[in-house]
Write a protein that binds this ligand. Structure first.
Ligand code: NAD
Ligand code: GLY
Length: 364
């Protein structure tokens, strides 16, 4: 088992990475003790892993609550249901919530924990690769509003993250690949050695080699923990974690969230950011090729669906959370392992990038 610390002073917490953590009674006894605890999970995870986790819990006050599966349930209404359960079961301020699931369960349970009685403890038990390397770490919690994704939320750090590699065995291939996009992101933004390791080991990761997965999750979490420790509330460097996300969100919204997974849209967005960086003379062509090649080997999309157009994508990019005072802030690249945030990308170069991916798509 590996342990990484997210260093936030009195709110520091461990990320445990290993096989079989769901059943690790000693760890759970240490974390939960005699507190009231509520495991929140969804209808897909419940039959797979809830009983296993329940059995490892200290005897006593542990309840569970199952929500429907899907991004469309990451809403205030479902969060209200979680709070209602806590009230009905008379949970007090010293209780602990446990989010057992992917990023959707983690985000909504995290936000419920942030709000219930002005804030209670939460342990994140991420079950997708994406949630193990990204969403369970760093304290961003949220639900969606009908007018925008993740628009209602709070920063609320967990007291621990338990990333059990064993549960990835049941994850669909497509979800695994989407998680790999976020893994590759850390190599591109700040860890060129890790990027080179990924180039050599991508086939093993796709075949779910457990020691390779453990290493990839560990390096991703180390990178995320370092960035979050430096800039918890995203006043500065944390923004680099959003490489490809402004393009990606525009693609997801343009496709009505029905065609591509988040990680797939981020993959496309990272390649667009690399292309734009190259157009602005910041990044050599050979590095754009390396990024494209790794994403392709990971089975991630590198061309856009034909249904999108430049004007619509550009318009959608303007409603991103990264727009401040009307200016669009983009994460661009000065090298593999070196991301920068800038509001100075010229409009014509940005549109050229959008156009080039659409024309690639039309010609492919
Ligand atoms: P998800 O939670 O929807 O999970 C994907 C699918 O896999 C779901 O159907 C889920 O039930 C299923 N699943 C989960 N674990 C499984 C397992 N072990 N075996 C079989 N099936 C399993 O999606 P996700 O990609 O984990 O997370 C996406 C969400 O995370 C989005 O809502 C996004 O906004 C959010 N997010 C948050 C942050 C953050 O910092 N808080 C960062 C990135 C993404
Ligand atoms: N997923 C981006 C962040 O946590 O800041």
């Amino acid at each position: 088992m590996q342990q990484i610390t997210v260093d936030l002073g009195s709110r520091s917490y461990p990320i445990f990475i290993g096989e079989g953590l769901l059943s690790c009674r000693d760890l759970w006894r240490e974390l939960i003790g005699t507190s009231q605890a509520m495991i929140v999970t969804n209808t897909t995870i419940e039959p797979l892993y809830l009983a296993r986790l329940m059995q490892a819990m200290p005897q006593g006050n542990v309840k569970s609550f199952v929500i429907p599966d899907g991004e469309s349930y990451k809403t205030l209404a479902v969060m209200h249901d979680i709070i209602t359960q806590l009230l009905k079961q008379k949970f007090s301020r010293d209780c602990c919530l446990i989010a057992l699931g992917g990023g959707v369960v983690g985000d909504i349970t995290g936000f419920a924990a942030a709000c219930y009685q002005r804030g209670v403890r939460i342990v994140q038990v991420p079950t997708t690769l994406l949630s193990q390397v990204d969403s369970s770490v760093g304290g961003k919690t949220a639900v969606n509003h009908e007018l925008g994704k993740n628009m209602i939320g709070a920063f609320h750090q967990p007291v621990a993250v338990m990333a059990d590699i064993e549960v990835l065995a049941s994850l669909p291939d497509r979800e695994l690949r989407a998680g790999l996009a976020e893994v590759i992101k850390y190599g591109i933004i700040r860890d060129s050695n890790f990027f080179a390791w990924l180039e050599s080991n991508i086939a093993k990761l796709l075949s779910r080699d457990s020691s390779c997965l453990a290493y990839a999750i560990e390096r991703s979490c180390i990178n995320k923990a370092e960035v979050v420790a430096e800039d918890e509330l995203e006043d500065g460097v944390r923004a680099i974690l959003n490489l490809g996300h402004t393009f990606g969100h525009a693609i997801e919204t343009g496709l009505n969230y029905k065609v591509w997974l988040h990680g797939e849209a981020v993959s496309m967005g990272m390649l667009m950011a690399a292309d734009l960086s190259n157009r602005l003379g910041m990044l050599g062509k050979e590095n754009v090729h390396r990024i494209r090649s790794l994403l392709e080997h990971a089975g991630l999309p590198v061309v856009l669906p034909d249904s999108l157009d430049v004007e619509r994508l550009r318009e959608l990019m303007s409603v991103d959370k990264k727009v401040r005072n009307g200016k669009l802030f983009l994460v661009l690249l000065k090298g593999v392992g070196h991301a920068v945030v800038t509001d100075e990308a010229p409009e014509d170069a940005l549109k050229e990038t959008l156009k080039s991916f659409l024309s690639t798509s039309a010609n492919s």
